[in-house]
Structures are given as C-alpha cells and as structure tokens.
Design a protein around this ligand. Structure first.
Ligand code: PLP
Length: 411
C-alpha cells in the first residue's frame, strides 16, 4: 500500500541554540529586504573598506596576479614559508617573545582562527573572559565550542578600557583564558601599557592564557602607539591574532594569522590540538598567503588614511563631532580602527530595546547601524557606526540621524 510519508523537518543543531552573530543579523536582513524592494540603504554595519572606495596597494594586487599560477596546490598547514617569515619579522618588531616558525599559523582571515582556537581550547562549561562590548565572533565561537563566555565590562567613563575590578570579580576556578580586543571593535579604544600590565598580572595570578585580537594594530591615530600584550607576558601562554583585512583593505582576500608565544611548555598538549585542527582544514587560501610578504614589507598605504587629512582620520573627526552635537547622544573619541560606539540617553527617548531603535532608524532614514546588543552589550543604550563612507555621505547621514533623534519618541 502507498503511504505519503510525513514530512521530516530539519532543525539546526542544538549547538547553535545560544549562538548570536548580529553584525549580519535581523536588522541587516530587514535592510536586505528593503534593498530588494529598490530602496537605497546606507550600510554602516560592517567593517568592509572596499565598498567605500578603499583600495589595496597596487603592488599587493600585482603580486597576487603574478603569483596566482603558483598557488594552485595546498600549502603547509601552518602556511607558506615566505608568509610565515614575514609574520616572524613582524613579531620581532613587536617584541613577541619565544616565537619560532612553528608558532605561526595563517588562516582564512582571523575569523577562522578564532573559531579554531575556541574549539581547541574550550571544554563544555569552561569559562572564557570576553569583553563587553566585543566583536561578537568571539562570544559566538566560544559558545559554539561548548564554552561559557563570561563578559567583563569595558568602561566608557575610562575611555572604554577594560574594568579590572570587573575582570577580577568574574574569575572562577573554571576560567581558562582572557580575550582582549586591542585596538577594540566596536569602541575604537586602544589600551595603554598600564592597563595591559594589570591584565597580565591578573592572568599571571590566576594562570590564564591570553588571547589578543590585534587586527587593527596598524590603524592607530593621533600619534598613539600599540603594544602587543604578549610582549609583556613572556611567562604566560599567549595567542596574538592579526591579518591584512583591515590594514591592507583586502577583507575579501581572506588572510590572517595567529602567533603562539611566551610559555609554550604549559600548553604543549593544547598546541597539539591546535595543530591537529589546522591540519584538518589542510591550509588557508594559498594565493592570499602569497602576498603577505609583499604586503607587510611593502608600501603601507594605510598610513596615509590615518593621519590628519587622511580619509579614516578625517571621517572619524567628522562623525565624532557630529554625534556629540546631537542632543541625547554622546561618544568617546576612537583612537583606532574605524568604528565609534555612541551612547543614547535612553530615558530621554524612552528606549528599552536597541534593536527596535535600529529598525526604526532603518525604516525612517534608510541608515543601517548595529545595535549594542549585537556586540554583547547588555543595556539598550549604544549602537555602532562604521565611519568608512566619504565625508559627504557621512555628513548627510549625521544630519539625517540628528533629524531622526529630534522627533524620536519624545513626548
Ligand atoms: N577581529 C575583529 C576585532 C574584527 O573586527 C574582525 C572583522 O571585522 C575580525 C576579527 C575578522 O577579520 P578577518 O577578516 O581577518 O576574518
């Protein structure tokens, strides 16, 4: 006899139940829907320089074109020798201690390596300290790996530096690692040496490993200098992440790296795990590895963007000043990267849900921002603006925002 089988429904795995990644989330989906209806949306939601007219240095593109025929095979799972040599020199300039060629891994962006490390490090229920606000991939990957992200507060009153007392209060016997994002996305903060020294001290006392995401380490303004925390912790096991997506405006090429440093003896077993996962994905995109040497050793076109008169620098100044002129909005001046994380006076605007705020702004002004919630910020009082568009566009956008806020939910 013939029976129509009952349709089987496929659900996402329960591993994904608590995973949140809103930089490309519901507000972004709504923007895409509006675009499909023919509306023009100004996308200030993602740190992708190319669509805003930032170009890779010519020599990098030339180099990739030249080398493409040689990049057909898999490379060593850690990466090409030439790429790792260049990264090695980069580590020496930054004083990363105890690094050999074996300690350097290239990845398809830092993103792949964050995921790989979370899988290698965390057992179910292991705790990992992650900043709030954060670049949400860290929290998402820690959760996916079965770990428990524990958020420590970065303090807006203190230029968005990590709140050391909050870090101390959140350490438990299950805490394995502390994550730093320095320079920070979404706040644009750059951590001073004194703060880094205190974090090292805390990590030392509680035997934590340090994971430092430094992908914006070459986008620093106003004469400030970046310090790699690993350079201050030769006795601890550290992993430092960086790459070319932002410094060379080639986010689409997918090339980043991580460097193991300091006390590797205490992490011998873990390093075996990291290496196995690196082997399992065979290698990272080889044509993109092939340009690392030229990119790191060559013309640093990013320099001209971050000095006065340069696009990133001047766009930052414009957005910072314009935001602070809007009644009910205030923002700390970013020192690095290309993000700003303004505060909204929620009482004045009667805001209880920042996602709704983002949707309202999108619907009324066709401007796409990511609500603070998307960065694991647990109050509805912040949002992130990417200041990559040109000044003309940003000026108009800030006027629209001011206009929107003037009437938004005010009695
Ligand atoms: N880490 C931070 C702090 C970022 O902001 C980003 C991208 O926005 C990444 C990592 C991912 O970069 P990649 O392109 O190297 O995967």
């Amino acid at each position: 006899s013939e029976r129509t089988p009952v349709m089987r429904h496929f659900k996402k795995s329960s591993k994904l139940n608590n995973v949140l990644y809103d930089v490309r989330g519901p507000v972004v989906d709504e923007a895409a829907r509006m675009e499909s209806e023919g509306m023009r949306i100004l996308k200030l939601n993602i740190g992708n320089p190319a669509p805003f007219g930032f170009r890779a240095p010519d020599e990098v593109v030339h180099d990739m074109r030249q080398q493409l025929p040689d990049g057909e095979g898999y490379s060593d799972s850690r990466g090409l020798f030439s790429a790792r040599k260049a990264i090695m020199q980069y580590c020496q300039i930054r004083n990363l201690p105890n690094v050999t060629m074996e300690d350097i891994y290239t990845g398809n962006g830092v993103s792949e390596l964050i995921n790989l490390c979370m899988q290698a490090i965390l057992d179910n229920g292991d705790e990992i300290l992650i900043p709030s606000p954060d670049y949400p991939l860290w929290t998402a990957c820690a959760t996916l790996a079965g770990g428990t992200p524990v958020h420590y507060i970065c303090d807006e009153q203190a230029e968005w530096n990590p709140d050391l007392d909050d870090i101390r209060s959140k350490i438990s016997p299950r805490t394995k690692a502390i994550v730093l994002i320095n320079p920070n996305n979404p706040t644009g903060a750059l951590y001073p040496r004194e703060v880094l020294a205190e974090i090292v001290e805390i990590a030392r006392e509680h035997q934590l490993m340090i994971l430092s995401d430094e992908i914006y380490d070459r986008l620093i303004m106003d004469g400030f200098e970046h310090t790699s925390i690993a350079s201050m912790a030769p006795d601890l096991f550290c992993i430092t992440f960086s790459g070319l997506s932002k410094s060379h405006m080639i986010a689409g090429y997918r090339i980043g790296w991580m460097v193991l440093s300091g006390n590797k003896r205490c992490a011998k077993d873990l390093i075996e795990g990291i290496h196995m996962l690196a082997n399992m994905r065979l290698c990272s995109n080889v044509p993109a590895q092939a340009i690392v040497q030229t990119a790191l050793g060559g013309y640093q076109s990013v320099q001209r963007y971050i000095v006065p008169g340069g696009r990133v620098h001047d766009q930052r100044d414009l957005v910072y000043e314009a935001l602070n002129q809007i009644p009910g909005i205030s923002a700390v001046k970013p020192k690095a990267a290309f993000y700003i994380f303004p505060k909204i006076d929620v009482k004045r605007f009667n805001i209880t849900d920042d996602e709704q705020f983002a949707l309202d702004l999108l619907h009324e002004k066709h401007i796409l921002i990511v609500p603070g919630k998307g960065f694991n910020w647990h109050k509805p009082d912040h949002f992130r603006v990417v200041y990559l568009p040109r000044r003309r566009v940003l000026t108009e956008c800030m006027e629209d925002l001011a206009d929107f806020m003037e009437t938004y939910r005010q009695a």
